[in-house]
Design a protein around this ligand. Structure first.
Ligand code: AMP
Length: 463
């Protein structure tokens, strides 16, 4: 079946042909004719199913009739994160290549004035995160009474992020008679309530998760110590010993841990970027771009930041934390093993709470995930095992080439520098007055707090 039977306009079909897509995905096949018929649609589909084009393509067709007026967007798309919003904008650029439509993005971390300027020109498609949209609305810079079509994307993620009250408010600010397209991967009761309240006689379109993921991804568990430094050590060993690692995403449950793990991996000279909600927009886009282009090998990310991102196939997924929600596990590992390629997803498991979360995941996916042997020496970070010389002394996955600058702890191709025993160092300081390396504490895997520089200055000691 081709795109031509769906009722899309010639301009849209030409743009689709230019992208090289030949066949509509199931969600596109099922949703597009209903969108073109002005029906409300409840789409139960996750990212990776082609759902963005399922609403972008018919919207472009519908928007060919009519014109935008200043400050009164004709259509509104709500996205939970800035990255997703930016990605949808890219879709409009790609599929709207033959249209002259004004598309504006209202997301946090970008100047209000630029966004305001775009609104005054008249907007055909407004793509926004809920908070920034309401900010503009409250400043009186935006009228929502001209919205003909409203898209609520990734609704269950909106729920996780606490955006549901904003969504409810926005739904009441747009005309009652608008068309609504609502996408969610899951249907918790709160989402069901919203759909019952704000969708009018919707067509329900449900597509299965892409089946390839679970079949082509090798899933493994690895036992690790409970402390974060143990987990970081295990992770480094896993990455260094991984077979065929091209690039990897490392998932943490909390954004604070993303930042810590990112700094740690960087100190250990891995080629790494971070993606979490506290980074400003340009930094997030730059990080993602670097990862997409292969300029960095590892991306440490939180679920929220990574949700729905169109990241090309990755070879490895590491769950530094077992996800709180079993659904997130499926979503995380869906980043690898795409399009029939093989991928590996390894989850670090420490303690009984993790084991319980793993049991929930196994129940959801209907299979048991086997344990692999812990990589050699894991858990020995505190004993300096992390610094042990490598058999080939060479660079390993994700590690940067050794540079002039020395990081802390072990790095690629370098000889370990074992700190001298504290007593010996004091003796040496007494006699030679040379700066000393910091003493390593019990839990030092290279990430623990360092001694301030003034404490390391040699102190003349009277005999
Ligand atoms: P989405 O679920 O919207 O995030 O789309 C996932 C990926 O599938 C994106 O990289 C799209 O460019 C791609 N895609 C969307 N529609 C098609 C199609 N009909 N054929 C092939 N790839 C598609």
């Amino acid at each position: 079946m081709s795109f031509s039977h769906l009722g899309l306009s010639e301009k849209v079909l030409a743009a689709v042909a230019a992208t090289g897509y030949k066949t509509p995905t199931p969600i596109q096949d099922q949703a597009i004719p209903h969108v073109l018929a002005h029906r409300d649609v409840l789409g139960i589909a996750q990212t990776g199913t082609g759902k963005t084009a399922a609403f972008t393509l018919p919207m472009l067709t519908l928007l060919e009739k009519g014109r935008a007026r200043a400050r009164m967007p004709r259509t509104l798309i709500l996205e939970p994160t800035r990255e997703l919003a930016a990605q949808v904008e890219e879709s409009f650029t790609k599929y709207g290549a033959n249209h002259k439509l004004n598309v504006a993005l209202l997301i946090g971390g970008v100047s209000f004035d630029d966004q305001d300027f775009k609104l005054t020109r008249g907007v055909d498609v407004l793509i926004a995160t809920p908070g920034r949209l309401l900010d503009h609305f409250e400043r009186g810079r935006l009228l929502l009474t001209g919205v003909e079509l409203l898209v609520i994307d990734e609704a269950d993620r909106m729920l996780d992020m606490g955006f549901i009250p904003d969504i409810e408010r926005i739904c009441k600010l747009v005309p009652f008679t608008r068309q609504t397209l609502f996408f969610t991967a899951t249907m918790p009761s709160e989402i069901r309530r919203i759909t019952e309240q704000f969708l009018h006689n919707p067509v329900r379109v449900e597509v299965a998760r892409p089946a390839t993921t679970l079949e082509t991804t090798k899933q493994l568990l690895v036992k690790t110590g409970r402390e974060d430094f143990d987990k970081r050590d295990t992770l480094r060993r896993l990455i260094r010993s991984a077979e065929g690692l091209k690039n990897a995403i490392v998932f943490c449950n909390r954004k604070r841990d993303v930042a810590t793990l990112f700094r740690s991996l960087k100190r250990h000279e891995f080629s790494v970027q971070a993606l979490h909600g506290d980074m400003d927009q340009p930094a997030r886009m730059a990080a993602l771009d670097q990862f997409r282009k292969g300029e960095v090998t590892l991306l440490v990310a939180s679920d929220v930041a990574a949700r729905g991102l169109d990241i090309p196939d990755v070879s490895h997924i590491y769950n530094f934390d077992v996800p709180f929600h079993a659904d997130d596990y499926v979503h995380r590992i869906g980043r690898t093993g795409r399009a029939g390629r093989s991928g590996t997803a390894i989850t670090l498991v420490s303690g009984s709470n993790d084991a319980k979360a793993v049991a929930a995941i196994e129940k959801l996916i209907g299979r048991t995930i086997p344990y692999m042997d812990a990589p050699a020496g894991a858990g020995a970070a505190s004993e300096g095992g992390e610094s042990a010389p490598r058999p080939n002394g060479g660079r390993r996955h994700g590690e940067r080439r050794p540079q002039g600058h020395r990081g802390h702890g072990g790095g690629a191709g370098r000889q370990p520098r074992r700190p001298a025993a504290p007593v010996a160092r004091i003796e040496e300081a007494r006699t030679r007055r040379i700066p000393q390396p910091p003493a390593r504490s019990r839990n030092d895997d290279g990430d623990a707090a360092h001694l301030p520089a003034f404490l390391l200055r040699p102190v003349p000691v009277k005999a």
